[in-house]
Design a protein around this ligand. Structure first.
Ligand SMILES: Cc1ncc(C[n+]2csc(CCOP(=O)(O)OP(=O)(O)O)c2C)c(N)n1
Ligand SMILES: [Mg+2]
Length: 539
């Protein structure tokens, strides 16, 4: 007997499979059971999590390893609403994500209200687009969703799937191909000007951002900065695009006033700023309008037109970073720059500002962990004081060696992202860094880590405080309100969910815990107890 016609949900799932998707995360309700069935039949494994928000972060982490769009599945009403934060994060942090929600059929919604919410109206403001699946158009909706999610700058796309549409058999579907876009590089006068500016620069500096990850121009960027002797900073998301032990690397920049104290003056002293795929959505206000394009030569090579107005440039090129840099470099001789050596002084000052040799405290935890875990370790960071310090101190030798929420800056992402990374890369050590409050937002996902059966490490900075907010409160001379909370036994939480748990109070204990965690059969929670106020003067 011939196979029955595919359901609309099958067409959708097959197209997602063809786009490279192999994992979907979420929590089903009755309304998405067909969808889950179709995903599995298409070869996309559905992973049950304990919260839709965490599901989205696991999916995001898998995307960072396999490059395919992330898939979040949520049922109607409460399920769809639980995913709001991670979808907003995907929009701000440029994560291509397909958000599949179930919904009641249009006819049903006319006279039925229980759990019925207009998903697309809510999702419209936090996605690049929202579609409602139709039976005959299921494959087109899937293709459009993938294309929109992946094209610059990437982001989330929502597809509402009416219950009976998902189950509708579809016949006579024509195969369509997704159009491929060729990279664009500039020519003519613009290119000549860029070539001249680079050739004439004595004190150039580059700010490298996330776009270069999506147009895959990492090696061209490295060759370019080396050829022209251009010191560079990266945004937190672009850390490791050029290995951070590179002599021209000045580290990550974004949220640390302490680092900016050294980096911003260097930018001010430069005579050419190259913004390479630099998306300022990650940056604090200290990076807003830090140069006047009338006085300083600035070349901005970006995936999209500048509509952020965080800065302006004399030369704006909306183009592929790699192709453009190759065109600028062609035939342009190598340069020796910064005759007075200012970048090396800044590098030394930064190393002094973020010391790694203290006995104990958050910086010692980061330094010791970096020293003990192998270089190929993948790391995630949550939001809070610990993340700013970590982003300045955690050296990355490859792109996406440290992933985090650096635009939305949401708490509760690090643990699920580490679970997703470990699923995608079971043979590499994976560690998450969370503050104690951020960890508590998602502690239930330790059960998911246990169910997945591999051994990520979850490190928690235990200070019984919303350290970053407590610091700001003190700086504003306000009373201590709403920023301190109880001291909890995080190691015991790890053990309660079937993992290992260690509480550490010095470098020796931390080292032993990390060494055991790398070899453990299960996940490990490491509770690093630090003093309140441990970040004072350090971030
Ligand atoms: C979901 C969410 N809620 C609130 C905030 C605001 N916020 C930023 S950092 C922070 C404190 C986090 O505390 P903790 O997780 O203990 O980290 P620490 O600052 O102590 O390192 C808060 C509340 C946020 N970024 N995200
Ligand atoms: Mg804390």
């Amino acid at each position: 007997m011939q196979d029955p016609s595919p359901r609309a949900a099958d067409l959708l799932a097959q197209r997602l499979y063809e786009a490279g998707c192999r994992h979907a995360f979420g929590m089903p309700g009755g309304e998405v059971l067909t969808l889950v069935d179709a995903l599995e039949k298409a070869g996309i494994t559905f992973h049950l999590t304990k919260h839709e928000n965490s599901a989205g972060f696991m999916a995001e982490a898998v995307h960072h390893r396999d490059g395919a769009p992330a898939i979040l599945v949520a049922t109607l009403g409460p399920g769809a609403m639980n995913g709001i934060n991670v979808v907003a994060n995907a929009l701000q942090d440029r994560v291509p994500m397909i958000v599949l929600t179930g919904c009641v059929d249009a006819d049903e919604a006319l006279t039925y209200t229980h759990q019925v919410i207009d998903h697309s109206r809510i999702y419209r403001s936090i996605t690049k687009g929202t579609f409602t699946l139709t039976a005959k158009g299921a494959d087109v909706v899937a293709d459009k969703a993938v294309s929109l999610a992946m094209q610059p700058r990437p982001g989330p796309v929502h597809v509402d799937v009416p219950i009976s549409v998902a189950d509708t058999p579809v016949t006579g579907v024509k195969r369509r191909r997704l159009a491929k876009v060729a990279p664009v590089s500039p020519g003519g006068e613009c290119l000549e000007k860029a070539r001249r500016w680079v050739a004439e620069a004595e004190r150039p500096i580059a700010i490298i951002g996330l776009d270069v990850l999506y147009d895959d121009s990492r090696s061209v960027v490295q060759a370019f900065v080396e050829h022209f002797g251009i010191p560079f900073v990266t945004t937190y998301k672009a850390k490791g695009v050029v290995p951070e032990d590179h002599p021209l690397c000045l580290g990550g920049a974004g949220l640390s006033p302490l680092a900016d104290k050294h980096l911003v003056p260097l930018v001010e002293q430069s005579d050419l700023v190259l913004c390479l795929g630099y998306d300022p959505i990650e940056m604090r206000p200290g990076w807003r309008e830090i140069w006047d394009p009338e006085d300083k030569r600035v070349i901005d090579i970006s995936a999209v037109v500048n509509d952020h107005y965080m800065h302006q440039a004399g030369l704006n090129l909306v183009a592929d970073t790699g192709e453009t840099l190759e065109a600028i470099a062609k035939g342009n001789p190598a340069r020796t720059t910064w005759p007075s050596g200012e970048p090396s002084y800044v590098k030394a000052a930064l190393a002094e500002a973020f010391p790694s040799d203290e006995d104990w405290g958050p910086a010692a935890v980061i330094a010791e962990t970096r020293a003990v875990l192998p270089p190929e370790t993948l790391a995630t960071a949550d939001s809070g004081a610990h993340r700013i310090l970590l982003s300045q101190m955690w050296e990355c030798s490859e792109e996406r060696g440290l992933i985090q929420s650096s635009a939305l800056c949401t708490m509760g992402c690090a643990v699920p992202m580490a679970i997703g990374l470990k699923l995608a890369e079971p043979d590499r050590p994976v560690i998450s860094f969370s503050g104690d409050a951020g960890f508590l937002m998602v502690a239930g996902e330790l059960s998911t880590a246990a169910e997945m059966g591999n051994n990520p490490i979850f490190l928690v900075f235990v200070d019984a405080s919303l350290a970053l907010i407590e610091l700001k409160q003190r700086q504003r001379q306000m009373g201590n309100k709403g920023v301190d909370f109880g001291h909890h036994d995080f190691a015991a939480m790890g053990r309660a969910f079937g993992g290992d748990g260690h509480t550490v109070r010095n470098r020796t204990e931390l080292r032993a815990a990390l060494e055991a965690a790398v070899k453990a059969e299960t996940f490990t929670v490491i509770a690093a107890e630090i003093e309140r106020g441990g970040y004072d003067g350090r971030i």
